[in-house]
Design a protein around this ligand. Structure first.
Ligand code: SAM
Length: 263
């Protein structure tokens, strides 16, 4: 769109700096703001943009964050147990690992990492505290929950769980989706890429619920419409990466793209 305008939100100042460079040729038509996407309504209001044509949410962490050991997302390279997407996060993974009690740690590893060995892992963490680095934590998890023969490192799910809690990822998705639908003009589209099943479930359920007419409870067999559907689902099945794309970019293998159109 030659005269299109773009608002870009990210909590990570490094991601914004890079976007500023990439989008330099479009300066004047782009507004890049260091803020959570949960503030989208406020950000659009401050630009006096009442409605937008499209919203793209690319959820989770970036490769740049994963690959920089100092950010603390990776157990393949040692780094501080940080895992914050941006400075607004009020606690780091180190705070959680070293201060949560054993039951809370087990619950978060089970709920957000979907790891059946959550109790064993939580016990081992508590015994080994204080833990300061990603490799220290990964070694404790590997000892508590060895998975010989598995291609997935035993720390993968605990690291996912910590990241989700540090960055309040699920609550943020739940907050942004209704705002995004409200901000769209009729015919505008919302596209969401998620990278794990917990996120994808929230997106799928929200889209399904918003795409249905809601009824009052039946009265003498007659349903009265209470609210019309707000969106139309564009792709019933999520769009996933092709084998070729996965070969090029293995991280794309868990990406799921869902799209709705505002009615
Ligand atoms: C998958 S990456 C996006 C990658 C980007 N589309 C690209 O192609 O380089 C997700 C980004 O969302 C950011 N992020 C995560 N939670 C956020 C939130 N609540 N508000 C704003 N940005 C957030 C992360 O800092 C990260 O840079």
């Amino acid at each position: 769109m030659p005269d299109g305008l773009l608002l870009g939100l990210d909590v990570d100042p490094k991601a914004l700096a890079l976007s500023r460079e990439t989008l330099a040729p479009y300066e004047g038509r782009t507004h890049l703001v260091q803020a959570s996407y949960t503030t989208i309504t406020k950000q659009l209001a401050s630009l006096h943009w009442n409605e937008v044509d499209g919203i793209m949410l690319d959820l989770g962490a970036s490769s740049m964050q994963f690959d920089n050991a100092s950010r603390g997302f990776s157990f393949m390279q040692d780094g501080p147990l940080d895992m914050r997407f941006g400075p607004q996060a009020f606690q780091s993974a180190e705070d959680i690992v070293n201060t949560f009690d054993e039951k809370d740690l087990a619950d978060l590893i089970f709920r957000y990492g979907e790891d059946r060995d959550s109790r064993k892992i939580a016990r081992a963490i508590v015994i080994s505290r204080p833990l300061r680095t990603t490799c220290e934590l990964a070694a404790v998890i590997e000892k508590a929950s060895p998975r010989r023969g598995s291609r997935v490192h035993p720390a993968t799910q605990t690291f996912q769980a910590l990241r989700i809690v540090v960055n309040e990822e699920l609550a943020s998705v739940e907050s942004v989706l209704p705002q995004a639908v409200t901000c769209l003009r009729p015919g505008g589209r919302l596209a969401v890429i998620s990278f794990h099943s917990l996120e994808d479930r929230i997106v799928k359920d929200f889209f399904r619920e918003q795409s249905k007419d809601l009824f009052n409870p039946p009265y003498e067999g007659i349903y009265e419409k209470e609210r019309k559907a707000v969106v139309k689902i564009i792709n019933k099945k999520p769009i996933v990466a092709s084998d070729e794309e996965i070969k090029d970019n293995p991280r794309a293998r868990s990406a799921k793209l869902r799209i709705v159109e505002k009615l």
